[in-house]
Design a protein around this ligand. Structure first.
Ligand code: N01
Length: 548
């Protein structure tokens, strides 16, 4: 439907509108088409792929093993796709998603360049009136949110952002054709995106200045090509691989060791960590380690000491190494970034690390960045390119950007002003027929993404089947179930050290207010428990929801 079409005045035109054509939205589209539903996808981007469409910065790749980061629903698809690297780069993943869309003829159901700005519930008719940025209206019985967890980039709140005379970009918005070879570049941020872009460009640029606030733990990614033989072996093992991922807490092939760190000697522990580190098993260091290392302070402190020692070994200048060692959280208490040569970058003569905790940014100037020096005075950093690797208004940002208006005119943003509250991560009371495929307090939010969203999408698809079979017109979360879920998430999250760090998992880094109070953003109870909880709803006739 285009903006010039006459405005229809009747009820819903379609049954399901999915917002977002990324990994999640594409799979949901495929599954709803399979059950014969009337479905449409809208996406603000000019192409499909979500995260993999947007993030085109040099070095962008994922840190899930490629063969676990793909859909499992089609044997033919699994058989015909060949992964080139153990951890595929952005371009390869985007090609994979484009291939999926082409193979299953999905693209004709997607409208691109279509940003949803408003969605209003029509109680008198039980449908949503959805408005796009160009004024187009879509009326749909159900809205399914698949806007992504990390799709709203944030910038430092300092003077001058946007006024730099050279190229100023967020990692999320890397301009087409921007080549930093021979340029003076400033990168702000050393989270997963910063670690990747810094490592990739260090040997190409004339000068690289890295501005770091808190240091972040990283561990060796262990990337490398997948040979034909290896690919053939993987293809014959997919059933086991996916079955295994289904049982691990985060949907990866790594699962916590059943052994406690105290069951072995210090020598054995350190030898084990040496082995993991040397063999590029960084993911296993956080997700496959002794089971108390991510829950108990002392084992975690010792593991942190081990990794800090590795940083000291790899960085020549002890003062620089010290800045790169996190002080405010232990290893794995924020998401660990996979790295391939990150620390060696800081041994290069053309690279400087600046601790902006000690020397904060004063402002972005037309020629670069001005720092306020610890010892007094200022320092002007000159640059051709400034890269903001400063993260996202995570998890709720994409919801806040759309004006969702529910029952009695209540705005979702207003309802969530003190933090999001959801019913099992899939619905919000007062917002009937709005389903969240990926968002706050969902098990999908912390899982190896394709594995996590499969659980929610499969649940949604079965729910849609029941909606159609049983003629359900209104589907709404019960407030008491929502309260119960948030309480459960709070309790289960508190068992992990991860829940106590200042990271996007807890709503801390949104750059809107650095001291923002911790929010229950994600569910850390593990994918198997989450899947079981969703299944209970289906088995028991949706007791947490009111159906009409
Ligand atoms: O963002 P982040 P990201 N002034 O929020 C700093 C996924 N991902 O884009 O720690 C100065 O982690 C901030 O400092 P601090 C993955 O899930 C995956 O890197 O807040 N600095 C931090 O250093 C990841 O967790 C992959 O003190 C400021 C950095 O910017 C998520 O995306 C690759 C600042 C932000 O780190 C987000 O990663 C890339 C300010 N005002 C991303 N504000 C892979 O699969 C923030 N910072 C490998």
């Amino acid at each position: 439907m285009g903006s010039t079409d006459p405005i229809p005045s009747e009820g819903p035109e379609i049954d399901y509108l999915i917002i977002g054509a990324g990994v999640c939205g594409l799979y949901q589209l495929h599954q709803l088409l399979e059950i014969g539903a009337s479905v449409r996808v809208v996406d603000a981007n000019a192409g499909l792929g979500g995260t993999w469409f947007n993030n085109r910065y040099p070095g962008c790749r994922f840190d899930s093993e490629s063969y676990t980061y793909q859909y499992s629903f089609s044997r033919e698809l699994l058989d015909e796709w060949t992964w080139k690297e153990r951890f595929a780069a952005q371009g390869e993943t985007l090609s994979y998603l484009q291939h999926v869309a082409e193979r299953f003829d999905l693209e004709r159901h997607i409208t691109f360049d279509a940003r949803v700005v408003r969605a209003e519930w029509v109680e008198d008719g039980w449908f949503w009136r959805v408005q796009l940025a160009d004024g187009t209206e879509i009326r749909t019985r159900f809205v399914l949110g698949a806007m992504g967890l990390l799709s709203v980039p944030t910038y430092p709140r300092v003077a001058g952002v946007g006024s730099f005379g050279g190229v100023e970009t967020h990692t999320f918005d890397w301009p087409e054709g921007l080549d930093v070879t021979g340029k003076r570049v400033i990168v702000i941020g050393t989270g997963a995106s910063g670690v990747q872009v810094i490592t990739d460009i260090a040997d190409k640029v004339a000068q690289l200045t890295v501005l770091q606030r808190d240091a972040n733990w990283t561990a060796p990614l262990g990337n490398g090509p997948i040979t034909d033989d290896e690919m053939a072996r993987l293809r014959t093992s997919y059933d086991e691989i996916f079955a295994w991922c289904r049982e691990t807490p985060a949907g990866f092939i790594h699962r916590p060791d059943r052994t406690l760190s105290t069951d072995v000697t210090r020598e054995e522990r350190w030898a084990h960590w040496e082995d993991l580190y040397a063999n590029g098993q960084g993911a296993a260091m956080s997700m496959g380690n002794y089971r108390d290392t991510m829950m108990e302070v002392e084992p975690n402190r010792e593991l942190s000491e081990f990794v800090a020692g590795k940083i000291r070994e790899r960085v020549q200048d002890p003062a620089v190494a010290d800045i790169l060692i996190p002080k405010d959280h232990g290893f794995g208490n924020k998401r660990v970034a996979g790295e391939s040569g990150f620390y060696e970058v800081f041994n290069r003569p053309n690279v400087e690390l600046v601790d902006i905790m000690a020397n904060p940014i004063d402002e972005v100037t037309p020629s670069g960045i001005r720092l306020l020096l610890e010892e007094g005075g200022t320092r002007d950093l000159e640059a051709d390119v400034i890269v903001y690797a400063t993260g996202f208004d995570a998890v709720t940002g994409a919801f806040d950007r759309i004006e969702f208006v529910g029952v009695d005119g209540v705005r979702l943003k207003e309802q969530w002003k003190d933090g999001p509250e959801t019913c099992i991560g899939v619905q919000v009371s007062g917002f009937p027929n709005l389903f969240i495929l990926v968002g706050p307090q969902s098990g999908a939010a912390t899982a190896n993404f394709p594995r996590g969203i499969e659980d929610v999408v499969n649940w949604m698809t079965e729910t849609a089947r029941q909606i159609e079979r049983n003629g359900i017109g209104r589907f709404e979360a019960r407030r008491e179930a929502e309260v119960e879920w948030v309480q459960h998430v709070r309790e289960i999250n508190s068992l992990l050290l991860l829940a106590h760090s200042k990271s996007w998992f807890n709503g801390h880094n949104i750059n809107l207010d650095r001291e923002d109070k911790p929010r229950v953003m994600v569910y850390l109870g593990g994918a198997p428990r989450y899947r079981k909880r969703l299944a209970q709803e289906i088995e028991n006739g949706y007791p947490s929801f009111r159906l009409a």
